[in-house]
Design a protein around this ligand. Structure first.
Ligand code: HAM
Length: 416
């Protein structure tokens, strides 16, 4: 049997890969406008980084990581997310010593051993950013605005923004104690997963999707009742700054998210085109993360990750499907001598940044068929006559019009 791609992984072929490239280019441009610069961290890290950063009791760490022992016995893990890695790098390179807020973005693959389904893969890609070095709610609003701008620039409309505050450790501890007490009273009625989480990670029960849990979850108190004044003021400021920008949001007290490092603001963008896996982006603030990774200097930050696979789905949906790849020029030589001339013309045009395909010599009819299949906008026919006169036959494939042109004018005509 032939070997196939591993379950939950996939190949991205043309023309789909062109959409990925376009999205990445657009995103890089948007990051630049927010003065956010790229960081590239390794694809694998010490397992302890994610265990401590993301949290031992999270689904990601407890059951979804691809971990293996290196030959020296160190446990390594393919990164399931990149926030912990970015903070690790921030600490390691003493980026706290650089003045100002550090704004870093990344684009790349993450690995989680989840059950594959539409929009959920075991290798997936994220476009994300982390803004580190400030606790100010002004930064929270800017980060959310950045996601909004990325979605808009990529042509995605109609995403819903959910925001919440999960408070600081003090208010959250009081809330968790209350949750634990309430959940304990209903333990037998909960789903097996929630029974376990009620003990290990009670916040996670809040986003249980199990219908059995819903009547109980609905009656649980809201975290907003437990936020202290500082947390409440921080959240109110974020909402105010979003209002200023005209960015619509829904306050969602049950939005707790699946990673343990969050403090204060958490948010998600949902998109209707994605089906069950409808979160196109998740993010939030993580003021204590650096310290939990052993840093003596605090590195309060906030960030997000857009699921690029899901962004591609939303973009394709907005465009009504995949457009075939366009080719500006197809060179169609009818003889060996014409081919040699054509190759030189192609070389000169490519140096000017024009995409050109040169075919091997063939009969005119065959060449026109190939030019059509290549979705060429122009076809340059070269035969012995064209070589003799120096006037080349350029066919506009959209209008069907054919004209004799000089080689010197080709680039200008094709770029028109
Ligand atoms: P997350 O919510 O785990 O957050 O993932 C963010 C996004 O990645 C999700 O909303 C989804 O679009 C995409 N995603 C996650 N898992 C998969 C999967 N198996 N297949 C396809 N797409 C997936 C984080 O990763 C945090 N690091 C976000 C963050 C950055 N918080 C602060 N800074």
């Amino acid at each position: 049997m032939s070997i196939r791609a591993v379950k939950g992984t996939r190949d991205i072929l043309p023309p789909a890969s062109a959409v990925w490239n376009e999205i990445e280019e657009t995103s890089r441009r948007v990051f630049r406008t927010f003065n956010v610069h790229e960081i590239r961290t390794p694809i694998f890290e010490e397992t302890a980084l994610f265990a401590r950063g993301v949290g031992e009791e999270t689904d990601i760490v407890s059951k979804e990581m691809y971990s293996f022992d290196d030959r020296d016995g160190t446990s390594l893990t393919l990164r399931p997310e990149n926030t912990a890695s970015v903070i690790r790098a921030y600490i390691e390179h003493r980026m706290d010593q650089i003045p100002g807020v550090k704004k870093l973005f990344y684009i790349g693959p993450m690995f989680r051993r989840e059950r594959p389904q539409k929009g959920r893969y075991r290798q997936f890609s994220q476009i994300g950013a982390e803004v580190i070095g400030s606790e100010s709610p002004t930064v929270d609003a800017e980060v959310i605005e950045l996601v909004d701008s990325l979605l808009t620039a990529n042509g995605v409309k109609g995403a819903r923004l959910l925001v919440n505050s999960v408070g600081d450790p003090e208010s959250r501890a009081r809330y968790i104690a209350r949750l634990q007490a309430d959940l304990e009273a209903h333990l037998p009625a909960l789903s097996p997963d929630s029974q376990r989480r009620a003990v290990t990670n009670p916040l996670r029960v809040l986003d249980s999707k199990d219908p059995q849990d819903q009547p109980i979850v609905e009656k649980l108190p809201s975290i907003h009742e437990y936020l202290n004044d500082a947390c409440r003021e921080h959240f109110a400021a974020v909402c105010r700054y979003l209002d200023d920008r005209g960015i619509a949001y829904e306050v969602t007290p049950r939005l707790v998210r699946g990673l343990d490092y969050y403090t204060h603001t958490t948010f998600e963008f949902l998109h209707g085109a994605l089906g069950a896996q409808n979160a196109i982006c998740g993010g939030g603030r993580y003021n204590g993360l650096a310290e939990s990774l052993g840093s003596r200097v605090p590195a309060p930050g906030i960030g997000f990750s857009i699921g690029e696979d899901r962004l591609v789905m939303a973009v394709e949906e907005a465009r009504g499907g995949l457009a075939p790849l366009a080719l500006p020029l197809f060179i169609a030589p009818m003889t060996e001598a014409a081919f040699r001339k054509g190759a030189l013309i192609a070389r000169a045009l490519r140096a000017q940044g024009i995409a050109v395909e040169v075919n091997a010599p063939a009969k005119m009819k065959r060449l026109m068929e190939l030019a059509n299949k290549a979705n060429a906008r122009h076809t340059l026919l070269i035969g012995d006559e064209e070589l003799a006169t120096g006037r080349l036959g350029l066919k506009n494939m959209e209008t069907g019009a054919q004209a004799a042109v000089d080689e010197a004018d080709l680039a200008a005509i094709i770029n028109r």
